[in-house]
Ligand binder design. Structure first.
Ligand code: URA
Length: 245
């Protein structure tokens, strides 16, 4: 159980993107901030942000230490927080989410779409990306050429990538086989361009790639490419390996 620590009112409101410290001070002095129903004119008042009811102009502040966002990343956007020339995934966020300074957990290629988690929680990100954790990632792919049971077996045994790396076993499900095959592939590691390179290792080319699951999270079918939403409490708990609250 996390220890609930008290914090200065102005610090809490700056964190939530309400304004600068100076602006919060003005709001407080103007009597526009209330804590548990009483006007709080002292910006240095200590509050328990997760327990106390804080309002600004009557609007309740829904305090969160971190933000956790499930995005359907569109093609053409880079999995980064800044880039000199290209649009990045954090450009797609509303200011109310950007104030938390979230960053993508891992990367999808520019031309890959699908599930991308963005968070400000460095500890969780680190855990999910740790090579030791083997967090499963499932992709839907369209592949030029006929994908066969031999490919399924090859992926199950691990394939050798162009740099000599032997992959861990991956689970390949063939959805349709033809001149352009449709497959799902689950992998437990995240080497650079891994899915594309695994297909190259069996002489095939991925022409469309979309991540549909990562650990306990699945891509939300209601999210169009470029859209996102916050994780539900249940999704967050399962991601952190906790029991559902
Ligand atoms: N594998 C790839 O080749 N590209 C991605 O974006 C993700 C996994």
């Amino acid at each position: 159980m996390a220890v609930r620590k008290s914090q200065r009112l102005d610090k809490v409101l700056v964190h939530m993107g309400i304004g600068t410290r100076k602006e919060i001070r003005k709001l407080a002095k103007a009597g526009r901030i209330k804590v548990n129903g009483s006007v709080a004119d002292d910006p240095g008042l200590h509050v328990l942000p997760e327990e106390d009811k804080i309002t600004v102009d009557g609007e309740t502040i829904d305090y969160r230490e971190h933000i956790y966002l499930l995005m359907n990343k569109p093609q053409g956007v880079i999995s980064a927080t800044e880039d000199r020339n290209e649009e990045v995934v954090t450009d797609l966020l509303e200011p109310e989410h950007r104030v938390f300074e979230p960053f993508p957990v891992g990367r999808l290629d520019k031309d890959t779409e699908g599930l991308l988690l963005l968070t400000s929680d460095g500890k969780l990100s680190h855990q999910l990306l740790s090579p030791k954790k083997h967090v499963p990632k499932t992709y839907y792919a369209e592949v030029d050429g006929l994908v066969t049971e031999e490919d399924t077996i090859a992926f199950k045994n691990g394939v050798t990538l162009d740099d000599g790396y032997e992959t861990m076993p991956g689970e390949l499900t063939i959805l349709s086989a033809g001149p352009r095959s449709e497959v799902e592939l689950t992998i437990y590691e995240g080497k650079y361009h891994q899915v594309k390179r695994m297909f190259e290792a069996v002489g095939k080319k991925v022409v469309f790639l979309k991540r549909i699951a990562m650990g306990p999270l699945s891509l939300d079918p209601d999210l169009e490419p470029g859209e996102y939403r916050e994780l539900t409490p249940e999704e967050l708990a399962s991601l952190k390996g906790e029991d559902t609250p």
